[in-house]
Design a protein around this ligand. Structure first.
Ligand code: CAA
Ligand code: NAD
Length: 307
């Protein structure tokens, strides 16, 4: 009969220790939620300032959660926040940060070359059986992994979270061609362990949500460019007329205009099946805002002013 060898059994072990690389709005959220659900977490970023920003973001978000969890007792609420933050170890040392990881989740800038290089460094330091995951919005998981060895490629999966991570229930679990069933099973188990609902999908541009959301966002920007209505009125229309919690411009600002530009430019240039698709053609308005550093909520200004 077929019995698991000890190596296979070790490979199937549940994910406990989580390392998140990139402590921006997404990475900080993923670290926070993992720690909330009792996982020991290491958070890696390139500078102390970036780590401090991540910690500040997590502190604020956790305070909101704690206030609801312990409405009568601010002291207990603060102790709970401190305990969650205490499970998150920040570091700028990637090699050290991934050394004991059962799962590494990458949430750095949306750029294929930069992500490929990072995964080379992660593979040099992480245990062979660890699950390697990218939170990419738009890049093929198979391409991010293409320079890794066979075992690493089998252990690679997409884990696509949504912003704000503490509040959005979905995680897309993306199966690349070479992702093993064991890796998918471990990823699904992890997603459930942090209270999220998974949706499994294939490795195609935008997976499910962004393949539908980005055309909507870009069409909203083009309505504005054609001067059909003002941003505020388009947002009001979609909130009150279609029941969306945020209008398209509020959502663009929330996601980050740089991220949106990386996504559409990448798909228009060489997205599988999307090359040259007019839905994703450059928008003058979006390009101007990004060039001016108006990236949305995270920079204090985008389509709207948050200062
Ligand atoms: N941390 C913790 N809790 C948070 C939070 C955060 N960062 N942000 C919001 N919340 C909580 C609030 O405390 C509040 O909780 P209760 O209802 O229990 O009191 C709840 O969320 C609602 O918040 P608000 O009342 O402040 O505001 P809201 O009702 O407008 O909800 C929202 C906020 C959940 C963000 C809602 O506006 C929403 O769902 N917006 C759309 C978000 C969306 O579409 N995200 C996907 C973006 S695309 C993406 O992420 C993929 C990609 O690759 C680009
Ligand atoms: P962000 O700009 O807020 O954060 C990126 C972080 O990565 C920064 O703190 C930066 O210092 C760090 N970083 C950059 N290069 C690094 C490296 N080599 N090593 C370690 N850290 C590094 O970006 P974000 O919005 O958190 O997006 C991160 C990723 O998540 C992108 O791939 C994006 O497409 C994806 N994503 C974004 C959203 C969204 O709504 N913003 C939603 C889902 C997925």
């Amino acid at each position: 009969a077929h019995r698991f060898t000890s190596a296979a059994a070790a490979q199937s072990a549940a994910i406990k220790r989580v390392t998140v690389v990139g402590g921006g709005q997404m990475g900080a959220g993923i670290a926070q939620v993992s720690a909330t659900f009792e996982h020991p977490v290491t958070l890696v970023d390139v500078s102390q300032e970036a780590l401090d920003r991540g910690k500040q973001y997590m502190g604020k978000s956790l305070a909101r959660v704690a206030k609801k969890k312990y409405p009568e007792d601010p002291k207990v609420a603060q102790e709970w926040v401190d305990a969650v933050l205490g499970r998150i170890e920040p570091t700028t040392n990637l090699a050290e940060g991934v050394r004991k990881a059962d799962l590494v989740v990458e949430a750095i800038v949306e750029n294929i070359g930069v992500k490929q290089r990072l995964f080379g460094d992660i593979a040099a330091g992480a245990p062979e059986q660890s699950v390697l995951a990218s939170n990419t919005s738009s890049l093929p998981i198979g391409r991010i992994a293409e320079q890794l060895n066979g075992t690493r490629r089998q252990n690679m999966v997409g884990l696509h979270f949504f912003n704000p991570v503490p509040q959005m229930k979905l995680v897309e679990v993306v199966k690349a061609n070479e992702t093993s069933e064991d890796t998918v099973a471990r990823a699904l188990e992890f997603v459930k362990s942090i209270g999220k609902a998974p949706a499994v999908c294939k490795d195609t541009p935008g997976f499910i949500v962004n393949r539908l959301l980005l055309p909507y966002m870009m069409e909203a920007i083009r309505l504005l460019e054609r001067d059909v209505a003002e941003a505020r009125d388009i947002d009001t229309a979609m909130k009150l007329g279609a029941g969306y919690p945020m209008g398209p411009f509020e959502l663009c600002d929330y996601v980050g205009l740089d991220t949106i530009k990386f996504i559409v430019d990448g798909w228009y240039k060489d997205g599988e099946g999307l090359q040259g698709n007019n839905l994703f053609a450059a928008s003058k308005k979006l390009d101007e805002l990004v060039a001016a550093g108006h990236l949305g909520v995270k920079s204090g200004r985008g389509f709207y002013d948050y200062s």
